[in-house]
Design a protein around this ligand. Sequence first.
Ligand SMILES: [Zn+2]
Length: 197
Amino acid sequence: MAKEKSGGARSKLRQHFLANIGRVMDSNELRKVAGDISEWARRVRELRTEEGYLILTHNDRSELKPGEYLLEISKPQPAFERAISKETRAFVLDRNGFTCQMCGAVAGEPHPYDPTRKTRLHIGHIIDKSMQGPDDPSNLRAICSVCNEGASNVTLTRPDLQKLLVQIRRATSADQLEILKWLVTKFPKQAIEISNK
Ligand SMILES: [Zn+2]
């Protein structure tokens, strides 16, 4: 039998995912679908990174085990997210301190809403494209996959400072210390300046 070309394996995987929306599949099944090639996992990754299919793994969903894959929606992500240059992406992530600008989750760390998930950051628009928001870095920000999945139509406003301070003052000392630790990690220079005053 002739060796499968990579394009062939990718399109077989794409068809299989699209025919099995919402069903969890494991690596054995996908390897077989891809024609038993060793690069099957790379082809799955390409469906995600190059074609924009939101194929979920245990990094995205706590109920998935390592080696399990799930596609829930057939529509790929807009080309924007894929076409964004490495430089712009790196610039925005760095400017945002590799932190989700909606919930404060840090890239690579357990997600605060779901500690079994590792935080994965995407680039999102501040003013949505549907509202004529430009693709310019000034209109882009880091958003984690948790917020990205649920946030498309939700307008989250930043908490009001006074209310936020009241919340923190009412919290337990242990929680306040957690907040302090998080702030010191986020603002190391300012923390030294303030403590030297
Ligand atoms: Zn988030």
